[in-house]
Design a binder for this molecule. Structure first.
Ligand code: HEC
Ligand code: HEC
Ligand code: HEC
Length: 316
């Protein structure tokens, strides 16, 4: 009897596997933009605590992502990454990463030599690298960006350091993050009537140039007060509520992670930070990929938002 039940479970499991979403590697590549910050632009990580996932087995990747999402496998960094992935997203990501060469299998993409027998695979990898957000940091023309910035300075300050609390500082923010925000304001994915008017006439090239220009301006250190409760949440999250520590993505000093377009949160006014957290919480700002921030903000109380905003505005 036990055996029969066991085979039934097994058969059911196999059926489920057969019905599982069919992965599309090209779609997975697009969805992997945020993963590269930790796992490397081609799934080979540069840091000891982040595993390589290139060339990993398809089904294993899907299982891990499901487990991170359900909480069966716990990790404070992967939980928010997996939280809003659909079965299709997981299948696409797995198809993409399992198709990439493992570490040591071949030279990195920059040195892709055309006459090598692995030319096709190299070309694929080169494509991945150039289209990663990391590359977007260097896409724009700083000089051209400077002349195009004339219309921005009234609100964001001459060098991107704003003096008015409701206008965010954008100096030193990563070029990829700035370009993404401008594109989101234009498409309406991020809603703000003032910025919508500013970006309406901008081309993708303009956005990259503006990003490049503001990214190389130095940010004036934050002047906010420090806050003990905010400090605790920022570094440790809130395990009881399932809130991921902010340092995982925004960094110890609030400088963000340029490659993933995770923004700097230091040197920003408390009012602006508070407004953004509240907007992610009520969904009025919904331009975060995979709901990364909405998923976190929805668990924060008013008092926690206040404490975090105060703490971040004082980060140096
Ligand atoms: C902020 C850093 C970070 C980001 C961004 C990130 N990961 Fe991870 N990932 C980790 C860490 C850390 C681990 C190891 C977790 C552990 O120790 O259990 C991990 C583990 C994994 C694993 C399991 C690997 C194994 O061998 O068991 C998979 C699969 C994975 N990540 C996929 C992804 C995908 C897909 C994305 C993008 C949607 C992503 N990760 C984004 C940090 C990150
Ligand atoms: C009339 C004032 C005004 C002008 C001019 C203006 N902005 Fe903004 N900008 C804002 C406001 C207000 C916000 C915050 C919107 C919100 O609260 O979500 C913002 C947000 C942004 C953000 C997002 C910042 C972040 O941290 O997410 C970027 C990037 C940006 N602006 C770039 C520009 C650029 C580039 C220009 C010039 C082409 C420009 N802005 C012109 C008022 C202005
Ligand atoms: C897993 C990564 C991740 C974690 C953890 C995370 N964030 Fe974020 N955060 C992001 C990303 C990505 C964005 C930008 C989304 C977009 O607009 O593309 C963002 C945006 C923000 C912004 C808006 C910045 C601006 O310039 O408009 C604030 C404020 C913020 N996060 C605060 C926090 C706080 C506070 C925590 C901890 C409670 C936290 N974040 C945890 C990834 C993360």
């Amino acid at each position: 009897m036990k055996k029969i039940i066991f085979s039934l479970i097994l058969a059911f499991g196999l059926m489920n596997a057969a019905q599982a979403a069919q992965g599309d590697a090209a779609a997975g590549k697009t969805k992997a933009a945020a993963c590269g910050a930790c796992h490397g632009p081609a799934g080979i990580s540069a840091m000891g605590i982040y595993p390589n996932i290139a060339g990993q087995k398809d089904a294993y990747i899907i299982k891990q992502l499901k487990d991170f999402k359900s909480g069966a496998r716990t990790d404070m960094m992967m939980a928010p990454m997996a939280a809003n992935l659909s079965e299709q997203d997981m299948a696409d990501l797995a198809a993409y990463y399992s198709s990439l060469p493992m570490a040591g299998e071949e030279a990195p993409a920059e040195s892709a030599s055309t006459d090598a027998p692995t030319a096709t695979a190299s070309a694929g990898t080169a494509d991945v690298v150039t289209s990663s957000p990391a590359a977007a940091i260097y896409n724009g023309d700083i000089k051209a960006g400077q002349s195009k910035s004339a219309m921005c300075v009234a609100c964001h300050g001459v060098d991107g350091n704003s003096a008015v609390p409701m206008y965010p500082s954008i100096a030193g923010q990563s070029a990829s993050y700035i370009a993404k925000q401008l594109a989101d304001f234009k498409s309406g994915l991020r809603v703000d009537p003032v910025m919508a008017g500013m970006v309406a006439g901008l081309s993708e090239e303009d956005m990259n140039d503006l990003g490049a220009y503001f990214a190389v301006q130095s940010a004036t250190p934050g002047s906010g007060e420090t806050n003990a409760e905010g400090h605790k949440l920022y570094f440790g999250g809130d395990a009881a509520k399932g809130v991921t520590a902010c340092i995982a993505c925004h960094g110890v000093k609030g400088k963000g992670m340029k490659q993933a377009a995770f923004p700097a949160v230091a040197a920003q006014s408390k009012d602006y930070l508070k407004k953004q957290l509240a907007s992610f919480r009520d969904g009025s700002r919904a331009n975060d990929n995979n709901g990364i921030m909405r998923n976190i903000a929805i668990k924060l109380s008013d008092a926690q938002i206040d404490a975090l905003a105060e703490y971040m505005s004082g980060l140096k």
